[in-house]
Design a protein. Sequence first.
Lengths: 66, 258
Amino acid sequence: MPKSYRALVGFSCPADPESLKKWKAGKKDQAKLMVVKKGDKVEPFNEDILKSWLANDAVEEVKSNG
Amino acid sequence: MAKYSSKDVGFMLLGSYSVLAAVSSIEDTVTLKLNETYALGEDDESFWSGGAKQTEIVQEGWYDDAVGNLHQAMTDLSTVALPMTIAPFGNAINVVPTSGTEIDIYQSVQRVGYTVQLATSEVTKAQARYGIWYGKKRGKLAAPLATKSAAANTDADDALVSAAQPAGTNGGAMVLHITALTGTPTNVTITLRHSVDGTTYTDKTAFSAFTPANVLAGVASEYKVLSGQINKWVSAAWAYTGGTGPTVTFAVGVYVAP
């Protein structure tokens, strides 16, 4: 089951793998951005974006009691 | 070494006003206050310094009297203290140096005098004097003075405040100047964001919300203290409450405490 995360602060980042690829290639004007509000639940679309979220202290893992 | 002159100055903003003159000289004088420490009967005078400095700027030249420019600022603005920011190296990010264009930030500036010497139909020759409270801070341009429309951010610009990550861990300050707000929104809120990798930008601190009336009064501007870590990449996000097709013209600067 994929882990889910909660935004610790409001943040923005590339919206999907294709946009992330364009962002890293310097084609930022062609990349779609996602804007997340503090407290929103978010699921990373790949490992790279999760690493970026964690490096920026943008999210925390949501732990279930079950 | 590259030379920069008056024509290179990107902006000089006091509150919501552009106070960049058509042609002017700017003199910045810093005075260190000394106090007497000798008493009756002592032979020699002696003094000590509490470290308090007073800065005064005198600007003299030809000022465009168009709406929103210095002549209006000096004649209409009340003598409230407002932030002033000067971009001596231009209005573009990451240019001088490439690790973030440097700007001068004055936290609290008060108009203390304005003497009109000659007025024509389009320009006014005058001398403006400003009292400066707190020292000048050398900051970095986080968002150039530009007009923005729908709510969004400047993440894609990759504005830097430092070559190293983090830029600092002892906080600092940020400064905002809004020079225009159209489309009659109730207000606009600008938020400073930062990033360790230039990919994910997180909210650092939001400025107060400003209304169109604040801009008209020349006071849509704020200097706000930042705490904790500031990352090397910064951006600005803007969001409106209400309005029809609103636009906002603003600039944001960041100072990183050593």
